[in-house]
Every structure is written in C-alpha cells, then in structure tokens.
Design a protein. Structure first.
Lengths: 404, 156
C-alpha cells in the first residue's frame, strides 16, 4: 500500500500528478489524500487514465486526516453546499469534468471530497466518465458535487457495473443539466443522496436520468427538476417527490416508502434557493423526509457528515441529529460522531478495537454501567482518547482513568 | 509556464482503446505557473521531465486538451504531445526513450514483491529532475497533433 498526500507541502503538488504516478497495472493499493485546500484548473483537476486494478490493488482518492469538510469542527452547522473554506475541494473553472474518468479504472473509490465546476462550457460536469472508460465497483461516497453554470449534468457515468453512489449531495445549478445521469452502467445504486436544483431556478432536466440502463435509487431526496427520474428498477425505493406514483410511472415497493407532497421550501431544507449564494441543503426537522427511509446498515450507516443514521433513517444525504440518541453496540464504530447521546445502562458494550481515535461524543450523558469493557488491551504504545465536549456528565467510576 | 511531461509510455501494447486513454511519452500531464510550489515527489519522478517555456497559460494548457469528442472510445486523453526527440535534437537534456524505458524496466524488476511506489521513489531511481528552460520557438516546433486512432472493430 502506498499513501501519498496531495497539495502544498505534500508528496505531489496537484491531484493530476498523483494520478499519473499510478502505474498502468496496479501492484499495490494506492491512496491519494488531498490536503485542506482548493485545487483549481481550467480543465479537469484530475483525469483518471486506464489502470488495471484488483479488489486489493485498488485506488482511493480522498482527503488527508482532518482535511475533509466532514472533519470540519462545524460540519453540523456549516451549510451543505460547495465551500472550499470548509475542507479540501477541487474545482474546474473553464471546461470539462472537474473529476473525470477517461480510462477504464475499476475499484476506484472517491470519498469525502467537494467537487465543483464553475465553467460554462457544454461539458462542464462535476464528475464525468468518458466513452470507453468502463468502471466496475466505482464508489462515490460522502461527496458534495456542485455544478454552477453550463448545461451539462452534475454527475455523468457512462458505462460499467456495480457503481455505488452513497450519501452525496449533488447540486445542479445550471437549469438545463441533469443531476445524475448514467448511460450503460448496469447495477448502479444511488443511496442516501440529495440531488437538487435550487428552488429559485427553473430546471428543464431530470434529477436522475438513465439513457440505457435501469438503476436503483433508495432513500434519495430529489427536488427542483422538471422530472424526478426514469428507468428505475422494480426494486427501487423511490422517495421524496411531490409527484404521485401514477404521474411518475415509477416502480413502487410494498409497503410503500415513497413520500409525497413534500413542499420544496425552507420548511424542508435550510435554504433551497441559491439566489443569495447561501444555499444550504441540510434537512430541517419536522418534515416528511425525517425517519421516512429504509435503514441500510451495509451501505449507509452514517450520513454525509458522519452522523449515525437512525433506524429508520432520514431521506437524503443529511441525517438530522437526534437528541438523546440511543446508542446500541452496533452503532459504535470507527469515525462515528454522536451528538447528545444518552448512553444508558447496557446501551453500549465497547469491545477492544471498536473505538478509535476519531470517535467523538458531543455532550454525552453516560450513566453508571453504560459502558463496559472499555479497554482490555494494553494501551501503553498507542495514543488514545475519547473527546468529551460541552456539558459532559460522567458519573464516578464509569470511566477508568487508567484506560485513557 | 512549467509543463510536466511524460518521458515514457504508460502502455506499450497495441490495443487502441488503451493507447487512447493512457498517457504517453511527450504528453503534458500538468501545467503550473512559474512560481509553483512543487511537492516532495514531483521533482524526483523518473517518469517525468519538467519544461519551462515563456508561453501563455492558455497555450500551455491547450496541451492538456483531449480529442474533441471526449465520449468517443477512441478519443485520445491528449490530443497533442511534445516531440521530445525533436527537443533532444535541439540540445535539451531530456532522457531518451531508451534511457527512460531502461529506468522503468529496472524499477519493475526491483519492485517484484515490494511496493512499486517505494522502489520508484527510492534514492536509487529518484533522479533529481531539472527544470529545463526551452524557448517558445522550440516549444512550437515540438508541439504535434496526434494521429487519429482507428478502431479495428469498425469495418469500412
């Protein structure tokens, strides 16, 4: 495995230079990690050429520790839109896809990155895949993709199989481009995503548009487009539309998980209009999308900010932070952020290896016996901490200081 | 402007679809400003040469353009390249194709069972990459449009 940082003071100064350092045939896993800065280019900021991969010798394009918008201390209060001040970001300013896949590269993971295109050319996409660039097992996770002008789709995938797009916020602001468009990709799944055109724009396009192949769209919030979606598979769980089933001709599961007649205004998102440049697609509490999804522990246990999904989850990329969240053992995992958790007796048994450096509890109330077997392994050679913020209440004897 | 240029092909086979989508000798990978802050491994990469030319940003970045129909499977990832042999003939100290391939093969052989990236960037192969100043006239002389690729699957 080879991990390299990208950016000022890093191993490679630009994403494209890191990409070109990847060999044609992968002989090890390669991970490129963006530093916390905005990378801009007039063309594609990064263009993947063809690489022969395996499931082990794969390619991951992500952010360095602490560099993603997800790692921002204010991730829960920051507006959910492209904002390079919040974390590592790439943006194309003139033409072509900001992140482009030109050659066949399988087992590619893109996660935690902000991707934007502010150019106005015909091919100004956020993420694009070229002709002949078939991909299998492409994973795009926890990304913000925003297209600001032009006429192209925000995300366009052309061919391959097994593509998974999870917990992404896709914002299409150009009025005529689709939100998510796929061509010959088979088995594509879009799960827990928010795909929107701002509410003050008149879009003539589709939120999810297929040219050739059916797709599964699950727990997704689709708003602001002329047409929500087409060519969904019969197993799709299509949620969050103001269209009726009859009008949309969409497949429908039984029981029906679809949500209808949800107003697309400030009762739904913090700010669905981009007229002031302060659009914000964090879900608001008290609307029909809250707790209306279908829990997916495999693909979407957390939301785009890392917050644990409730069961049932909210629809879209954003999970409302539940006050006094009940924490069960299955929810304790690496990288989890819990807000206001009330961890009650027997609520969490944290076995060795189940808790990591990046685990943060905000304002926890931990009662006697709530956490058992915090650490039975020696910790002398590892730095370890649980950060307890705000109004922490820890009863004596609950936490063994020697463990920390 | 500074241009990072590949000195050997990523792919030497005869599959036109892979030729189209792989960087090759003379392809401009990246274009940066003269005051660019390089990364730790940028200036020691045996795959690249770095050229500095007194040309406009638009002229330099045009070297990164793809074929017009980018959704064509035979569309090249780079429509133009720099003829490094021409630049060598004009006296620039750019690795010859033989030298570049020899380095690539040596890395591949030594990396057997090891991290290829570590071997490639080890002191043995990480030659210090000089930034080579070239004139605009020589840049223009070396700039070549690539020949169209023909898909053998198409008859007629």
């Amino acid at each position: 495995m080879a991990t390299h940082t990208i950016g000022t003071g890093g191993d490679f100064s630009t994403p494209q230079l890191w990409e070109d350092d990847l060999p044609a045939t992968m002989t090890e896993q390669r991970i490129g990690q963006l530093k916390n800065q905005e990378f801009t280019a007039s063309g594609s900021v990064i263009d993947f050429s063809a690489h022969a991969t395996t499931s082990s010798f794969n390619v991951i394009f992500e952010c360095a520790a602490g560099a993603s918008f997800k790692d921002n201390a204010n991730v829960r209060t920051n507006a959910l839109r492209y904002n390079s001040a919040n974390g590592a970001a790439i943006r194309t300013t003139s033409t072509s896809g900001a992140l482009r896949i030109s050659g066949s590269v399988n087992h590619l993971t893109i996660r935690g990155i902000q991707i934007a295109n502010s150019g106005s050319a015909y091919n100004n996409l956020g993420i694009s895949q070229g002709g002949g660039a078939s991909t299998t097992n492409l994973l795009i996770q926890d990304c913000i993709v925003e297209v600001m002008a032009g006429s192209a789709p925000a995300v366009q995938l052309s061919s391959g199989s097994g593509t998974l797009v999870v917990n992404c916020c896709i914002i299409q602001r150009n009025g005529s481009g689709d939100g998510f468009q796929w061509g010959g990709s088979t088995g594509t799944q879009v799960i827990g995503c928010t795909i929107v055109a701002p509410s003050n724009n008149t879009s003539s396009a589709q939120a999810a548009n297929s040219n050739y192949q059916p797709i599964t769209v699950k727990n997704c919030a689709l708003f602001g487009f002329a047409v929500d979606a087409d060519s969904l598979t019969s197993g799709s769980d299509y949620n969050a539309t103001s269209f009726s089933d009859a009008g949309s001709t969409l497949p429908d599961n039984s029981p029906d998980h679809n949500v209808y007649d949800v107003a697309y205004d400030t009762t739904l998102f913090q700010q669905p209009s981009d007229s002031g440049g302060n659009h914000d697609f964090r879900l608001k509490s008290g609307n029909g999308l809250a707790d209306a999804g279908i829990y997916d522990a495999t693909n979407s246990p957390n939301d785009i900010s890392g917050t644990v999904r409730a069961n049932p989850p909210d629809i879209g990329a954003w999970e409302l932070a539940a006050a006094n969240q009940t924490v069960s053992p299955g929810l304790i995992n690496n990288g989890v952020t819990l807000f206001d958790p009330a961890i009650t007796t027997g609520g969490a048994v944290i076995a060795p290896g189940r808790i990591s450096l990046s685990m943060i509890f905000y304002a926890p109330v931990i009662t006697g016996g709530a956490i058992t077997e915090i650490f039975t392994l020696a910790v002398d050679e590892r730095s370890f901490a649980i950060d307890l913020f705000d109004d922490r209440e820890i009863e004596p004897g609950i936490v063994d200081e020697r463990s920390f | 402007m500074q241009l990072v240029v590949r000195v050997f092909n990523k792919y030497d086979g005869d599959d036109p679809a892979l030729i189209a989508k792989m960087m090759a000798r003379g392809d401009v990978i990246e274009v940066v400003a003269d005051n660019h802050e390089w990364g730790r491994l940028d200036l020691t990469n045996p795959s690249w040469a770095i050229l500095r030319a007194p040309i406009s940003k638009a002229k330099a970045e045009a070297m990164k353009s793809a074929d017009q129909d980018e959704f064509d499977p035979m569309g090249r990832i780079r429509a133009f390249h720099l003829d490094l042999e021409e630049l060598i003939r004009r006296g620039y100290p750019i690795p010859t194709i033989e030298e570049a391939i020899a380095t690539r093969e040596a890395i591949a052989a030594e990396a057997e069972g090891q991290s290829r990236s570590e071997v490639k960037h080890s002191e043995r192969y990480a030659r210090a990459t000089p930034i080579i100043d070239i004139t605009e006239e020589d840049f223009d002389a070396a700039k070549k449009a690539k020949e169209p690729l023909i898909d053998p699957a198409i008859i007629g």
